[in-house]
Design a binder for this molecule. Structure first.
Ligand code: FAD
Length: 415
C-alpha cells in the first residue's frame, strides 16, 4: 500500500470534475483527478468503431447554454447544428413541426400536423413567447410541479401531450412519464426556443477532450477507482491512499451519495441503439419523434445528416434513443427497435448494420418537482461535491457545478 499527497483530489473526470480541475490548476493549485474508467468525459464520450463516431447515447449541446461559452473554445468544436423543430411520426406519416417565429415557412406544415388542435398550436406559440420574455432566474422562482401538470395547466390537449411533448421530453429529460420538474422543463424549452441543438463535428467527446488537454500533464489518473473517502484523503480499490487538503467528489449522484453519505438523487435510465446504413432514410437535419407512442424508441436522428464526419464517407449513422426502464436483453431491445423503425422507413431497415447497443442505468439524476439548482458544495470538513445532480442534469449543469466547486474550495482553503 502506498500513500501520495496532493493539494486537491477530485474523484471523477466527467465534465464537472474537469471543469473544477481547470479552475483550480489555473489558480496554481496542485490537483489530481482520479477517474475509475479508461478515459475522460464520464457520460459524454465518443468511441470510434469501424470509422463511425459513436457518442455514448444521443446527446446534444444547446448553443444557448451560458456555461460552455465561458468554459469552452466553442469555435474549435466546429459545431454542426440541427434544424429547429422536429419530424413527428403520427398516423403513418412524418409531419414537420417547428417554431414559426424562427422558421416562418414551416407555419402551414406546423398548423396542419395532426399533433393537436389549432388551439394547441396557439398555446405552443404563447408558451414560447412567455419563455422568451422570462429570464432563467425567474423561471426557477416559479412554482414547481411535474411537466405533465404544467402542460395540463397551460391547456394543452392530451393529443398534443402524447404526440409531441411526451416523445420530445422523453428524449431530452429521459422522462417518458413527464414527471420531471416544470422548472427544468421550462428552462430547457427556453434554451431550445432561442438557440440550436448541436454536436461537435468530431463527436461529443470533443468537449471533454478539449477540457482535458488544458490540464497540466499528470493531472488525470485513469483506471483509478475510489473506494472510500476517509480521514484526510481517499482510498482506492487497489489499496493506494491519496491524502489531500480537500477532496471533491465529482461522480454521478448515486456514487457521490454512497461515498459521502448523501441522499441518493435517483436515476433516469436510457438505452441507445446505433445503426450504419448505406443511405440516410431521410434527408433532414431534424430529430424524429415517435408521435404514435408505438415505442420503444422515443426519438431517432440521422447523425450524419447533421455531422457528416460521424461516419466514413458515403455511409449514414442512425442513433435511436429508448428512455425509461432498461430492457434486460440486448437482443430483445434490438428486435423491438428494428420493428418500430421498419414501420417508419420500410424494409430498407433490414439492411442496416447494428453497430452498438448501450444501456445506461444512470442517464440523468431524477429531478422531480422541488427542483432547485445550486445545491450545497461543501458537505464536511475538507469535503466537497459537484456534478449534474447538484445543479441541473445537463452539460450546462455539470460545467457550472464544477466551476462553483472550484470557487468554494479556493475561498475555503486559499484565501
Ligand atoms: C444518454 C444521455 C443523453 C444525454 N443527453 C444530454 C443532452 O442532450 N444535453 C445535455 O446537456 N446533457 C445530456 N445528458 C446529461 C449529461 O451527459 C450529464 O448531465 C453530464 O455529462 C454529467 O457530467 P458529470 O461530470 O456531472 O458526471 P459524469 O459525466 O457521470 O462523470 C462522473 C465521472 O466519475 C467517474 N467515477 C464514478 N465513480 C467513481 C469512483 N468511485 N472513483 C473514480 N471515478 C469515479 C465516472 O467514471 C465518470 O467519469 C445526457 C446523458 C445521457 C446519459
Amino acid at each position: 500500500m502506498s500513500t501520495d499527497r496532493t493539494d486537491v483530489c477530485i474523484v471523477g473526470a466527467g465534465l464537472a470534475g474537469l471543469a473544477c480541475a481547470r479552475y483550480l490548476t489555473r489558480s496554481g493549485i496542485e490537483t489530481l483527478i482520479l477517474e475509475a474508467s479508461d478515459g475522460v468525459g464520464g457520460r459524454i464520450r465518443t468511441d470510434v468503431i469501424d470509422g463511425f463516431r459513436l457518442d455514448r447515447g444521443f446527446q446534444v449541446l444547446l448553443t444557448q447554454y451560458p456555461e460552455p461559452h465561458h468554459q469552452l473554445r466553442i469555435d474549435d468544436l466546429e459545431l454542426c447544428r440541427f434544424e429547429p423543430g422536429a419530424l413527428v411520426r403520427v398516423r403513418g406519416k412524418f409531419h414537420h413541426v417547428s417554431d414559426p417565429l424562427r422558421r416562418p415557412t414551416t407555419i402551414w406544415d406546423t398548423l396542419r400536423a395532426p399533433v393537436g388542435t389549432i388551439a394547441d398550436k396557439a398555446r405552443l406559440a404563447a408558451l414560447i413567447l412567455d419563455l422568451r420574455r422570462t429570464t432563467p432566474r425567474e423561471l426557477l422562482r416559479r412554482p414547481d410541479r411535474s411537466t405533465a401538470d404544467e402542460l395540463r395547466a397551460r391547456g394543452f390537449s392530451a393529443t398534443m401531450v402524447d404526440t409531441f411533448w411526451r416523445p420530445l421530453f422523453a428524449g431530452i429529460q429521459l422522462d417518458p412519464e413527464l414527471e420531471v420538474s416544470s422548472r427544468r422543463f421550462t428552462l430547457i424549452l427556453s434554451m431550445l426556443a432561442e438557440g440550436d441543438a448541436a454536436v461537435p463535428a468530431q463527436g461529443m467527446g470533443a468537449i471533454p477532450a478539449q477540457m482535458a488537454a488544458d490540464l497540466p500533464h499528470g493531472t488525470v489518473t485513469l483506471d483509478a477507482r475510489v473506494a472510500s473517502i476517509e480521514g484526510d484523503g481517499v482510498a482506492l480499490t487497489d489499496g493506494r491512499r491519496i491524502t489531500a487538503r480537500a477532496v471533491i467528489v465529482a461522480t454521478e449522484g448515486p456514487t457521490a451519495a454512497e461515498l459521502l453519505g448523501l441522499r441518493d438523487p435517483g436515476s433516469r435510465p436510457v438505452s441507445n441503439v446505433q445503426f450504419a446504413a448505406d443511405a440516410a432514410p431521410i434527408p433532414d437535419r431534424l430529430v424524429v419523434l415517435d408521435g404514435d407512442g408505438s415505442g420503444p424508441a422515443s426519438n431517432l436522428a440521422v447523425m450524419t445528416n447533421i455531422a457528416p464526419g460521424y461516419a466514413p464517407s458515403g455511409r449514414a449513422l442512425i442513433s435511436v434513443e429508448v428512455p425509461g426502464p432498461l430492457v434486460p436483453d440486448d437482443g430483445d431491445l434490438l428486435d423491438a427497435v428494428r420493428t418500430q423503425v421498419r414501420g417508419w422507413f420500410g424494409g430498407a431497415v433490414d439492411s442496416w448494420t447494428h453497430l452498438r447497443t448501450l444501456r445506461i442505468a444512470h442517464g440523468h439524476p431524477d429531478q422531480r418537482p422541488g427542483f432547485s439548482p445550486k445545491q450545497a458544495i461543501r458537505v464536511g470538513d475538507g469535503r466537497y461535491v459537484c456534478g449534474d445532480h447538484r445543479d441541473n442534469a445537463s452539460i450546462q449543469g455539470a460545467l457550472y457545478s464544477g466551476r462553483r466547486a472550484a470557487s468554494v474550495v479556493l475561498a475555503d482553503l486559499y484565501r
